[in-house]
Design a protein around this ligand. Structure first.
Ligand code: FE2
Length: 345
């Protein structure tokens, strides 16, 4: 089971994952592939957990005032702030709108929207985020990003591979370089104001203050401590995030728990991944009738095997928040053990 845990302190990043990695102002950033390769353009990127989940999970670590360049995805992209303060901005020139997020805050970004993000805090910071599907496709860069990257030694091929000529890599014979999008191709990209993006930004204070949901079918015994953040299943701030404008194949929620609060023993037939934002969380599971456990802290990742009965509990002394991702557009109901069902009914 410990092979399914990735400790925050053990994360292995890549400093040349994307075409802008050597462009001044966007260099010094690291990309992390925690579950699945995600959209890294560098085949040398380390992938911590390769088992397909139907979605991918990764991270971006950047020092203050380093930017991740304007780009878009063919699936939904979601982030929660692990550390530092981040300015997200969007639109073809990054000027349609912006929002500053603090630790624990969350943002969900739709398909075909150019977005960038900059660490505007005072310390090196980390964002952790999910992309829809096992193969989220290639990153689409704003034309000026490709232009700025020229002359810094990185070449992006049209099949998505990145060639780093500064370390002696060469463009394979017959390979084609990615060309900037034409004005006609740029027409399909979204233009959203800050007001239009507001429903897709959830603050840690929202999670702590808002009441939960009543979906005991999916969250038996702890539904009142669930706060939907992204995905097509639960309306979030009155909006549904679904269809071609998003493409998730997962639903993402926050669980809030006080000391000793947690879940009953339950199991799912789909992947479920846990990321504590803060606190100390104990996971217990049954194997051959015996109970085992492990402990996660802030920024750690645990992907529970399909079909294993598990429970979790906040074992810290303060209220804590954990992000939980359940695979599929419609989250499969949880199954309880017979004894648990008997105690709940
Ligand atoms: Fe992205």
């Amino acid at each position: 089971m410990m092979k399914r845990v990735v400790r925050f302190d053990d994360l292995m990043g890549c400093t040349a994952a994307f075409i802008d990695a050597k462009t001044p102002g966007s260099h010094l950033k690291e990309n992390f592939s925690i579950i699945g390769a995600g959209v890294s353009e560098n085949p040398a990127q380390h992938v911590h957990i390769t088992e397909p989940h139907g979605f991918t999970f990764g991270g971006a670590r950047q020092p203050p005032f380093i930017k991740n360049s304007l780009h878009s995805h063919e699936t939904a992209e979601t982030f929660w702030v692990h550390s530092s303060k981040w300015r997200f901005y969007w639109g073809l020139n990054g000027t349609d709108g912006e929002a500053v997020l603090e630790p624990g805050d969350f943002i969900s970004l739709p398909t075909y929207l150019f977005r960038g993000f900059e660490n505007v805090g005072e310390v090196k910071g980390m964002l952790l985020g999910y992309l829809g599907s096992d193969n989220p496709g290639k990153v689409t860069w704003a034309p000026q990003v490709l232009e700025a990257a020229r002359g810094h030694g990185l070449v992006l091929l049209s099949d998505g591979r990145l060639i780093d000529t500064t370390i002696g890599e060469t463009v394979p014979e017959g390979a084609q370089e990615t060309q900037p999008l034409t004005p006609a191709q740029l027409e399909k990209f979204k233009k959203l104001t800050a007001e239009e993006m507001e429903p897709f930004i959830i603050r840690l204070s929202d999670i702590k203050e808002r009441s939960g949901i009543t979906d005991e079918n999916v969250w038996p015994g702890f539904a009142e401590r669930i706060y939907p953040l992204a995905g097509p299943y639960y309306p979030i701030k009155g909006q549904c995030q679904g269809g071609d404008d998003w493409y998730f194949n997962f639903n993402l929620v926050a669980v809030k728990g006080g000391p000793n609060q947690g879940s009953p023993l339950y199991c799912r037939d789909v992947p479920e991944v846990f990321n504590p934002f803060d606190g100390t969380w104990q996971f217990s599971w049954l194997d051959a009738g015996k109970e085992h456990s492990l402990v996660l802290k802030a920024g750690d990742t645990f992907t529970c095997p399909v079909g294993v009965y598990r429970s979790f509990k906040n074992i810290g002394s303060e209220e804590a928040v954990m992000y939980v991702i359940v695979g599929g557009d419609v989250p499969a109901p949880a199954r309880l053990t017979q004894e648990q069902t008997a105690t709940l009914t």
